[in-house]
Design a protein around this ligand. Structure first.
Ligand SMILES: NC(=O)c1ccc[n+]([C@@H]2O[C@H](COP(=O)([O-])OP(=O)(O)OC[C@H]3O[C@@H](n4cnc5c(N)ncnc54)[C@H](O)[C@@H]3O)[C@@H](O)[C@H]2O)c1
Ligand SMILES: [Zn+2]
Length: 536
């Protein structure tokens, strides 16, 4: 956490709330206007009168840049300071930016008689407030976190600001997709606890800053399955409606067996029935299966509409919702049809994991631990030390490992293969069990196998393999092969490769935080490791 920045129209309480937040956190409070007055040596009305607004705005940009470099400051900005998208970007990089709102009458009541407000020094202040609010609406709405302050005390608003400051936002840069984001760009992943009701504001903040589109009601197709929809769809719908969207639900059946083209087809029908057009957005609310299906439907419907992800399983949070891969299975194999489709936002509320079955949480932990082994020794050590529920910070750390890899290799040309640690063996085990074995469980055994292979070929020492096995076991994950033949597991692993004539590719750990891709592991080594792990 670095800074907390409060923006919003005059009279929304930025300074009073900012002081209270700073007092509670023991941070420094900075009023941007005071900084400007001090630097220029005259009052703001005088700067406006003598130098003009453009000079004042330039000064503001400079102060934004300077303040964003600070730490542990609560910054109240001028009401118009973040209208400039560059100022907004600078501030968002430097901390949590929250926009305070209030209705016009409340604003007039709060600022009435304050003649240090040069912008309201006009004959009809109410009309002026309405006009300024309308002009700035798009800029204010581009801030993902909004707090409506009308009717709340300073203390109540401060409490909400502090809660929001715990949300972690990771920016992901991407090369774009053909139509909806041709030039590439960046999208945020927000990670927090109990923030589901804020998904609407966050989605609205991702819309391009054009006044016309901001005032238009936009259709949002909320895609969810028959298990997740009853739990969370209404909360998401309410939040979208409050943010000015016109959402409608689209339901798909639950289960990997429905991750197929027929289901995508039923989504197209539901999109059309709901009047989704090219300006609309598809929002996936569910696990990896829902995200993969909805994402592919979003990539292909009308040649591509905007897509947002609200993952509700740990696996989807840490893995499936990040990286832009979407698609469905064919009878011939998994994920054989699909598209790269970048979301405009990924919105993660860890509180939804409360209803996720324990074995699904455990399966997701296998991928989190995997990210620790691939690139986060700090996270790995924490997971070794303590097996309480995963925190937002730990999840963010795990996701960052994946972000680093996909930013380097967005279309899976090479480096991205490291994310398949444990997956060579896992795919064999899953195939052999006819997909009855849970993916995360298979990945867990696969990681142990990879570590033992690394030891056998002299890449890693035994202590490393023991550590990896111990942490997986501590999180309740299986670390031994099911009772089947080592040779059969090997054949099942090699199945796809043989068809394509390629060699089996292994991702092997060298140390915690460093893995290597190795193609020439002798089959005997693999079989003997599998036997050591309990295969026959
Ligand atoms: N696109 C990618 O990059 C990528 C990466 C990894 C995996 N995947 C895909 O992800 C899929 C697996 O995803 P998954 O493990 O999330 O499975 P899933 O989507 O089937 O979810 C597991 C189960 O949990 C239920 N559920 C989801 N959220 C819940 C909640 N909060 N409370 C209660 N129940 C809830 C679901 O309805 C389902 O029954 C696979 O199809 C895999 O191919 C994709
Ligand atoms: Zn996986």
């Amino acid at each position: 956490m670095t800074n907390i920045v409060l923006n919003g129209f005059m009279g929304t309480g930025k300074s009073a709330v900012g002081r209270e937040v700073a007092r509670r956190l023991g941070w420094r409070f900075v009023d941007m206007d005071d900084v400007i007055v001090l630097r220029v040596g005259k009052s703001i009305p005088r700067i406006f009168a003598e130098d003009g607004e453009p000079v004042f705005r330039r000064m503001e940009s400079q102060v934004c840049a300077d303040l964003s470099a600070q730490e542990r400051s609560v910054i109240a900005t001028g009401g118009g300071a973040l209208v400039d998208p560059d100022n907004r970007r600078v501030m968002m990089r430097g901390g949590t930016v929250v926009c305070l709102t209030a209705d016009p009458d409340e604003i007039l009541r709060r600022v009435g008689g304050d003649d240090s407000r040069p912008l309201l020094n006009v004959p009809d202040p109410r009309a002026r407030v309405a006009e300024l609010l309308a002009a700035r609406r798009a800029a204010y709405q581009a801030i993902p976190w909004q707090i409506e302050t009308t009717g709340l005390s300073i203390e109540e608003v401060a409490e909400r600001v502090i809660a929001l400051s715990h949300v972690i936002t990771l920016p992901v840069s991407h090369p774009g997709d053909a139509l909806s984001a041709p030039k590439g760009g960046e999208y945020p992943i927000h990670i927090g606890e109990g923030i589901l009701a804020r998904v609407g504001d966050t989605l609205r903040a991702t819309r391009t800053l054009c006044a016309a589109s901001a005032s238009e009601a936009i259709r949002v197709a909320v895609v969810s399955n028959t298990t997740v929809a009853p739990l969370y769809a209404e909360r998401v719908m309410t939040s979208l409606r409050a943010a000015g969207f016109e959402p409608f639900t689209c339901t798909i059946p639950d289960g990997e067996q429905h991750k197929r083209l027929d289901t995508v087809r039923t989504l197209y029908d539901q999109f059309l029935a709901g009047d989704l057009d090219r300006s609309g957005t598809v929002l996936a609310l569910g696990g990896g299966v829902t995200g993969d299906i909805a994402g592919f439907a979003a990539a292909s419907f009308m040649r591509g509409v905007r897509f947002a992800q609200v993952p509700t399983t740990l696996l989807a949070m840490t893995d499936a919702s990040v990286g832009g891969k979407t698609g469905v299975d064919l009878p011939q194999g998994k994920n054989l049809v699909g598209a790269f489709k970048q979301p405009v936002v990924v919105f993660i509320d860890l509180a939804v994991l409360e209803t996720l079955p324990k074995e699904e949480v455990r399966a997701g932990m296998a991928e989190v631990i995997k990210h620790g082994v691939i690139g986060a020794p700090d996270l790995f050590a924490e997971l070794e030390a303590d097996q309480a529920t995963i925190t937002a910070r730990q999840l963010a750390r795990s996701i960052r490992v994946k972000i680093d890899v996909i930013e380097e290799d967005p279309f899976e040309g090479g480096r991205r293969a490291v994310l398949n640690l444990g997956h060579t063996t896992a795919h064999g085990l899953e195939r052999l069990s006819d997909y009855a074995m849970r993916h995360g469980d298979a990945v867990s055994v696969g990681m142990v196998a990879a570590a033992r292979i690394a030891v056998k070929i002299g890449l890693a020492d035994l202590a490393l393999a023991d550590r990896i096995e111990a942490v997986l076991a501590a999180w309740g994950l299986p670390v031994r092969c099911p009772a089947c033949e080592a040779g059969a597991i090997y054949e099942a692993m090699a199945h796809d490769k043989k068809k394509r004539g390629g060699a089996l590719r292994w991702v092997l750990p060298r140390e915690i935080g460093a893995v290597e891709i190795v193609e020439d592991v002798p089959p005997d080594v693999v079989r003997s490791v599998l036997r050591d792990l309990g295969a026959e």
